[in-house]
Design a protein around this ligand. Structure first.
Ligand code: 13P
Ligand code: SF4
Length: 309
């Protein structure tokens, strides 16, 4: 195995040779974030992928994010460090299930979270991310019934924020956020009485009720940076610690362990390593390859989302 320093140098050289851009989600390991050209939440990275005019997009995140990049910029080569980096939300909602729902409830507008497969996106009317979900649902005329899929916690949060009654919600969950126990948030609050609570909307309602701020990964970071407070209990994946400490040096961030792993790490996001990043730049594999038909159908709901202000 190469020493870490030379892997990093090799990656940067390969990146130049390939005309590549490295996009990294905020849940990636710090050493990957440090090598990336852009680090952001899923909406920011989708926009960057859309605007990229070079040859190769290396997507350090999870597979559905790389698929979205390919749909938005189909003439680029899109590669990932690990093809198996999936997402529990993607796994709990198939295109067949969505087609069956549409047959039964043809009048519903299908609002799909970006954490879905490209095939589910192709069955959807409009997409959303955690950053714009409320605005996306508000963009749909009030008299139209909605199906929000697949995250039950984000769906319930959006329902509360929009006051929308005619909204059905899928029963999917994120294995990281949905297993944060409210009792551990209460304990963290008693240990750190001056800390404010910030949470991703994939957390359960009892956790969200304790939050001083709810938002996407980037929105959480921006809010903590701007806040006058010095301490925060952070209810999202622990990869955000790197950017929080970089952008808000001197502030304290406390992470609460979930029930699954006694940590707050996404096992899918953490499948990516520097070695795998190096290998995918060298071989340009694993590569996202999608049929023109599914890309054309998935593009429409993504573009509708990007048009929502
Ligand atoms: P963001 O859209 O906030 O980046 O969230 C993506 C995600 O997978 C959250 O678990
Ligand atoms: Fe999916 Fe949850 Fe991991 Fe985000 S944190 S990629 S929603 S499993």
């Amino acid at each position: 195995m190469l020493a870490t320093r030379s892997i990093a140098e090799d990656i940067l050289q390969l990146k130049r040779d390939r005309g590549a851009v490295i996009l990294a989600h905020l849940y990636q390991e710090p050493e990957i974030q440090e090598l990336a050209d852009v680090v952001g939440d899923s909406l920011e990275l989708a926009r960057k992928a859309h605007d990229f005019s070079g040859e190769v997009i290396v997507f350090c995140g999870v597979w559905f994010m790389a698929e979205t990049a390919k749909v938005l910029n189909p003439t680029r080569t899109v590669v990932v460090p690990d093809r198996d980096a999936s997402c529990s939300l993607v796994e709990c909602c198939t295109a067949e299930q969505v087609r069956a729902f549409k047959k039964r409830y043809p009048e519903h507008v299908i609002v799909s979270y970006i954490n879905t497969s490209v095939e589910v996106k192709a069955e959807s009317d409009i997409l959303c991310t955690s950053r714009n979900a409320v605005a996306v649902v508000n963009s749909i005329p009030m008299d139209k019934p909605v199906l929000f899929l697949p995250d039950i916690n984000l769906g319930n949060y959006v329902k509360t924020q929009t006051g929308r009654e005619n909204m059905m919600i899928w029963q999917g969950t994120c294995i990281v956020h949905a297993t944060f126990p409210a009792r551990r948030v209460s304990k963290a609050r008693s240990e750190h009485p001056d800390a404010l609570v910030v949470a991703h909307p994939e957390c359960p309602p009892d956790v969200l009720r304790m939050a001083d701020f709810i938002g996407s990964t980037s929105a959480i970071i921006d809010w903590c940076v701007k806040s006058e407070a010095d301490e925060f209990i952070v209810m999202t994946e622990s990869g955000v610690r790197h950017m929080l400490e970089k952008r808000a040096p001197g502030k304290q961030f406390y992470f609460v362990a979930n029930e699954n792993c006694n940590c707050s790490e996404c096992p899918y996001m953490k499948m990516n390593t520097l070695e795998k990043l190096h290998e995918c730049l060298r071989t340009l594999q694993p590569r996202v390859e999608l049929s023109a038909e599914v890309m054309a159908r998935a593009l429409k709901p993504i573009e509708r989302m990007l048009a929502v202000k």
